[in-house]
Design a protein around this ligand. Structure first.
Ligand SMILES: NC(=O)c1ccc[n+]([C@@H]2O[C@H](COP(=O)([O-])OP(=O)(O)OC[C@H]3O[C@@H](n4cnc5c(N)ncnc54)[C@H](O)[C@@H]3O)[C@@H](O)[C@H]2O)c1
Length: 336
């Protein structure tokens, strides 16, 4: 039997796009997802895009019996671990839910990996682990001090992985800190499809353009930036998913390492710049209303992506226009 990659959370936004890349690169894949924030149809669409088959098991990473079965019977040699809850606001209101799903879930997964001697993992971390700093450009040496529960769960899991590595050198671990993933697959078949009101700017803008929401709320236009709105580092989902395949390749080839990298473009765009770009691409006017700043929001931050570029021989290629075009194509055609 050939060896397989276990992709936890593979039906989700980032997982499904990475699944496409993995299948296109010829990897054999098994997806484990409890579909708590995704739909089975997304996986059918991945098959339509790639014309490739893969296995899917509906299940929870906190279920050690499912994991035991998978590691016993499926010849898994590496794991890409996307499964997790990601809504910052919700994490503040329901901390136990987040610690249980993200931290406990990862512990159950890692324990079963160790028992099965599967010691290669790429983990979805987040720029949220950095928290607030006075400089805008974050490299991987920037101190970590997350200011919300979600970010804390990510840092705890990173630290668990570091401790595991310190205790057993046979592990190979890639910790990927994403900045702001946006966009959709260029086919328009898969994209971000928030079940609730979108937490992120671009899906919200897209829903306003599509007439699903009346207007966009901009949280503050009095930041010390050129146009007064907050600036973020947006990275196209296809660039982000390519980085995952590079990271997996890297830890499979260079055994016994742990690395941490930022995944971003290295430049920021303001809310108004994003709105303007989206209006051009869609031909739609985006009505907006400026409201109070949100607590904890920064004026600007963006990645120093040079470590990922060097280590993984990877670079984010897609610009703001492509981010908006792909988001709009997905929004117009495919609400699933
Ligand atoms: N999207 C972002 O802006 C962003 C930024 C930084 C980091 N991340 C991280 O990347 C990962 C993927 O994010 P996404 O945007 O694709 O989110 P998503 O919600 O679209 O995907 C997560 C997937 O995991 C599944 N899942 C959740 N808990 C599970 C569990 N206990 N067992 C099995 N499956 C479970 C969900 O059903 C979903 O399909 C997450 O860990 C997230 O925290 C996301």
């Amino acid at each position: 039997m050939e060896s397989k990659i276990l992709v936890t959370g593979g039906a989700g936004y980032i997982g499904s796009h990475t699944l496409v890349k993995l299948l296109e690169e010829g990897y054999d894949v098994l997806v484990l997802d409890n579909l708590s924030n995704s739909k089975l149809e997304t996986l059918d669409r991945v098959t339509s895009i790639t014309k490739k088959k893969f296995e899917f098991i509906k299940g929870d990473i906190r279920d050690k019996n499912i994991l035991k079965e998978i590691f016993k019977n499926k010849s898994i040699n590496s794991v890409m671990h996307f499964a997790g809850l990601k809504a910052v606001g919700e994490s503040e209101n329901f901390p136990i839910k987040y610690y249980e799903n993200n931290v406990l879930g990862s512990i159950v997964l890692l324990k079963e990996m160790a028992l099965a001697e599967v010691k290669t993992i790429v983990f979805s971390s987040s720029a949220t682990v950095y928290g607030q700093h006075s400089n805008n450009r974050y490299d991987e040496k920037t101190p970590t001090k997350p200011i919300n529960v979600y970010g804390k769960t990510k840092l705890i899991i990173e630290n668990i992985l570091r401790d595991i590595k310190n205790s057993d050198d046979n592990w190979s671990i890639g910790l990927l800190r994403y900045f702001n993933p946006v966009g959709a697959h260029s086919s328009g078949f898969i994209g971000e499809n928030p079940k609730e009101k979108p937490n992120n700017l671009l899906p919200y803008v897209a829903q306003v353009a599509a007439g699903l929401r009346e207007k966009l709320f901009i949280f503050g236009d009095d930041y010390p930036t050129v146009d007064g709105t907050g600036r973020r580092d947006y990275i196209h989902i296809e660039d982000l998913s390519s980085a995952h395949v590079r990271a997996l390749d890297y830890i499979q080839k260079n055994k016994n390492i742990l690395f941490t990298v930022n995944l971003g473009t290295g430049r920021s765009y303001s809310v108004f710049e994003m709105i303007n770009a989206f209006e051009k691409v869609s031909g739609k006017k985006i009505p907006f209303k400026v409201v109070e700043r949100r607590i904890g929001d920064l004026a600007e931050f963006y990645a120093d992506p040079s470590k990922a570029e060097k280590l993984l021989d990877w670079k984010a290629n897609f610009d703001i226009k492509k981010m908006c075009e792909d988001t709009w194509r997905w929004q117009k055609n495919n609400i699933i």
